[in-house]
Design a protein around this ligand. Structure first.
Ligand SMILES: Nc1nc2c(c(=O)[nH]1)N[C@@H](CN(C=O)c1ccc(C(=O)N[C@@H](CCC(=O)O)C(=O)O)cc1)CN2
Length: 311
């Protein structure tokens, strides 16, 4: 059915999970594991400058992946690094200097801090339920400060998990005020990421701008096919042989945001639109969970209206 991860990637995921346990000692020096990500105009000497700066501060590169995009002439790098605790501040300053020299969008992510993820849901609970299970089992290393919904349907499920449920009803007349309250919550709860786990409201341009690059939506079709509402019924009517789901960053243009992950599943003429909805639920769960994990592990870098994903 679904394409599985290769053994190399399973091994890498295990290595990173170990990294996520994030601090220990190397050669007697206390280190903290970080992820370094950067993108910049492509030129000679980027990797040499970065690795030289890391070595100069005793930081050890545990894993490294890079991509040079000939279209955008941009370079992308992701490295897992063990940083001596007493070198962090100086290393950060030195890396920022390298960043200025190469006009980089450079970030050093400390893996000792768990990211905070706020989940939004409407009336379809399969993605929420799946994320809660992965949170509960530790498969997704995150804190969930709150779950927000414009309906009451999943209050009992969320509170069963011992998590705060916030009901924010919305109508076209109250949308602006509701979104203002939502943004207050994102700020108050210090959410690093907002996940639209089948949240069926179109976010305004202002909210999209405020959440740019930190709001992931699961769309229940293999984009760019079947945008908007009822994609499975559109797929049934078209008679497709493959259906899928797409996780993407949310932008003002509906279903047009940079794609993070997709998956497909074969279907056939014997299946009704309702059958496709049922098949689609499993695909949505897997695609959204992968996209959230890739984002939380700092594996996704924006490349214009596209992404580079170091899986
Ligand atoms: N600015 C954006 N907001 C949202 C996006 C997005 O890409 N950009 N994705 C949607 C999710 N979605 C499809 O994946 C989607 C959700 C809702 C609708 C829609 O037409 N909603 C109606 C209300 C429906 C209802 O109340 O049940 C509406 O908002 O008028 C289309 C697509 C999440 N938001």
């Amino acid at each position: 059915m679904l394409r599985g991860l290769s053994w190399q990637r399973r091994r890498q995921a295990a290595r990173d999970r170990r990294a996520c346990r994030s601090h220990g000692t190397t050669g007697g020096t206390t280190v903290a594991t970080h992820v370094l990500t950067l993108s910049c105009p492509d030129t000679v000497g980027i990797v040499a400058a970065v690795s030289g700066t890391l070595a100069g501060h005793g930081a050890n590169i545990v894993d490294s992946a890079q991509f040079g995009d000939p279209d955008s002439n941009h370079f992308f790098l992701r490295q897992t690094i063990d940083v001596p605790r007493d070198a962090r501040v100086a290393l950060t300053e030195a890396l920022l200097e390298v960043g200025r020299r190469f006009a980089m969008d450079l970030k050093l992510h400390d893996l000792t801090r768990k990211p905070r993820v706020m989940i939004l849901v409407s009336r379809f609970g399969h993605c929420l339920n799946d994320l809660l299970y992965r949170y509960r089992t530790g498969a997704l290393g995150m804190e969930i400060p709150a779950i927000v919904s414009n309906h009451e349907d999943f209050r009992s499920l969320v509170e069963w998990h011992g998590l705060p449920f916030i009901h924010l009803p919305v109508t076209s007349a109250t949308k602006e005020a509701q979104e203002a309250r939502l943004l207050e919550l994102v700020s108050r709860e210090r959410a690093d990421l907002v996940v639209l786990a089948r949240y069926m409201q179109v976010l305004s341009p202002a909210l999209c701008a405020a959440l740019a690059g930190r709001c992931i939506n699961i769309h229940h079709s293999f984009l760019p096919s079947f945008k908007g509402a009822k994609p499975y019924h559109q797929a049934f009517a078209r008679g497709v042989k493959l259906i899928g789901a797409t996780a993407h960053y949310v932008t003002t243009d509906l279903d047009e945001g940079p794609i993070i992950e997709q998956e497909v599943q074969r279907v056939d003429h014997t299946q009704t639109a309702e059958d496709l909805v049922a098949v689609g639920r499993d695909i949505e769960n897997i695609v959204l969970a992968r996209a959230v994990r890739y984002h939380l592990e700092h594996r996704v870098l924006l490349n214009g209206h596209k992404t580079v994903v170091f899986r």
